[in-house]
Design a protein around this ligand. Structure first.
Ligand SMILES: C[S@@+](CC[C@H](N)C(=O)[O-])C[C@H]1O[C@@H](n2cnc3c(N)ncnc32)[C@H](O)[C@@H]1O
Length: 308
């Protein structure tokens, strides 16, 4: 697979080294099926201007919004992974600011941006606070461009804690109450964040785990669809896109992080893919009969596997 440095309609993988605002101008109208990103939070990280604040954050989002909307296909999705800005000990939920900017033009748009979920991404590790509860979550805002959209729930079902649970009353009394392929993952995702010992860890200070874009890609796109990450950092979305056999377009302004992305993709092309499987973090009581996979579900799954 060839890696292109500028947008090209035939490219499977476009990795642009520069300001995403320039890359976005290269992309034709209604090209992209899904945008997944985590923008800078203006928190004085190594990759940020130390003077950047929430006004900088708003200005950047206002500047890119028209192009983000223009290049997204009607029916496409935007997934904005975002946390908090901290200023004078006060936390500011950045998704509030994004929501304001991304929906401000809705009254004049043929396909308004509709917020479908505000997913809470929770994780077990982080800074331990002494003056407030330790922060253990961030958000993923999922918008669709218009009313009609793609949602492949069966591609992202997760195991039930108690798959053997049965209806205890009513006309279905005694029948299994769950879905044989697992349950809806809900809007609270417990996925370990990328800390020092994580198999996906690179030199980038703020990676999200591959499992996040991977789950979104599976749920919201089909094979060969086009995914964009305007702030790609170490290339996590690019790697998830490669694994899921979709096409990718991304930008990264810092040369060092851009190099991390190209290296991760080159390794993946060679078959060296380091990712932590999207396994639910849960500890059911396995002694309980409802925690065991019922025979009926096992047979349905076997039949599905045989037909695939
Ligand atoms: C929060 S990080 C993204 C991390 C990424 N999700 C990952 O898993 O590695 C945001 C990234 O955006 C980059 N960035 C900031 N401003 C940019 C711009 N105008 N265009 C492109 N990249 C930019 C930063 O250098 C940083 O690597």
């Amino acid at each position: 697979m060839k890696i292109y440095k500028h947008y090209n309609a035939k490219s499977l993988m476009t990795l642009f080294n520069g300001d995403c605002q320039k890359l976005l101008k290269e992309i034709p109208n209604e090209t992209v099926d899904l945008i997944i990103t985590s923008p800078p939070y203006c928190m004085k990280k190594a990759y940020e201007d130390p003077k950047a604040d929430t006004e900088t954050f708003k200005e950047l989002h206002t500047n890119i919004f028209d192009d983000i909307y223009r290049i997204l296909k009607p029916g496409g999705s935007i997934c904005w992974q975002i946390g908090y800005h901290v200023s004078n000990s006060s936390i500011i939920p950045l998704d509030y600011l994004v929501y304001e900017i991304f929906t401000s033009k809705n009254d004049h748009l043929e396909y308004p941006l509709i917020l479908r979920n505000r997913i809470i991404w929770t994780f077990g590790h982080g800074l331990n606070s002494t003056q407030r509860f330790s922060g253990r979550h961030e958000m993923i805002m999922w918008f669709t461009k218009g009313e009609a959209y793609n949602f492949n729930l069966d591609c992202v079902r997760v195991p039930q804690k108690y798959p053997g649970k049965r209806h205890y009353k009513g006309e279905h009394k005694g029948e299994l109450s769950g879905n044989p392929y697992g349950k809806n993952p809900s809007d609270v995702w417990d996925i370990p964040n990328v800390k020092a010992n994580h198999i996906e860890k690179t030199e980038h200070p703020c990676q999200f785990p591959v499992a996040i874009p991977q789950r979104l890609i599976r749920a919201l796109t089909n094979e060969a669809d086009i995914i964009l990450d305007p702030f790609m950092g170490s290339g996590t979305t690019a790697l998830a896109t490669f694994v899921e056999k979709r096409k990718f377009i991304g930008a990264e302004i810092k040369q060092d992080y851009y190099n991390l992305t190209t290296q991760r993709i080159k390794n993946a092309i060679k078959g060296d893919i380091k990712i932590r499987d999207d396994i639910p973090v849960m500890t059911p009581n396995t002694n309980m009969s409802v925690a065991k996979l019922p025979e009926e579900f096992r047979l349905v799954r076997e039949e599905k596997n045989e037909n695939e």
